[in-house]
Ligand binder design. Structure first.
Ligand SMILES: Cc1ncc(COP(=O)(O)O)c(C=O)c1O
Length: 191
């Protein structure tokens, strides 16, 4: 194929969706690695097969700069639109009843008060009560590890066995705050 492409001065699109699916004695070799092929080849990869991510629309193209630049221009105007079924869902959402929004808003308002109050009950955490949205940004000034921090919050009530603030012992950057009715997340708690 390389010989034909070079002989006829062709550009090549090489689809490597199945690069890891070679059987028996077969070994994978990609076309762009052949002499004279890099500058005329765009190679596409997808997450669909090797990572079982079909429907996620994730992939990439590898190639020389001079071929990628026009590709970007085309891609910008063809692939970044909203999928038709999502557009249909948007119309249904706007045309349908809206009365769930007020209930959700009230529920979130209660939740943010509970979350901020619980965070503020933990020594070393200082959390402004959010005026909107669904995030809290607690300031952390103490020197506890995540695991230690997880033991600091007092229980919500006498019947609750587990601490309200749960952090990973591995020190991930996220904490989970337990509410009587649901669990929510707050970010920005350091390991
Ligand atoms: C040869 C080949 N290329 C590309 C694709 C498309 O992959 P994606 O789902 O990432 O669009 C497929 C999917 O079956 C395929 O078989």
């Amino acid at each position: 194929m390389a010989q034909v492409a070079i002989e006829h001065d062709l550009l090549v699109v090489c689809d490597e969706t199945y690069e890891y699916f070679m059987y028996g004695e077969q070994r994978h070799v990609t076309l762009a690695t052949f002499p004279g092929m890099w500058e005329r080849t765009l190679t596409s990869y997808t997450f669909t097969k090797a990572y079982a991510m079909s429907g996620w629309r994730l992939g990439c193209i590898v190639g020389p700069k001079q071929l990628l630049e026009p590709l970007r221009k085309v891609h910008e105007h063809t692939a970044s639109f909203v999928s038709p079924f999502v557009q249909a869902a948007g119309i249904a959402a706007l045309d349908g009843p809206q009365n769930h929004i007020e209930g959700w808003g009230l529920s979130c308002e209660t939740l943010r008060s509970v979350v901020a109050a619980r965070l503020n009950s933990v020594p070393g955490l200082d959390c402004a009560v959010p005026q909107g949205a669904t995030f809290v940004f607690p300031r952390y000034s103490a020197n506890y590890t995540s695991a230690e921090l997880g033991t600091k919050a007092p229980a919500l009530d006498d019947n609750q066995e587990s601490p309200a603030l749960i952090c990973s012992a591995q020190g991930v950057d996220r904490a989970h705050l337990r509410h009587p009715e649901r669990t929510t997340k707050c970010s920005s708690v350091p390991p």
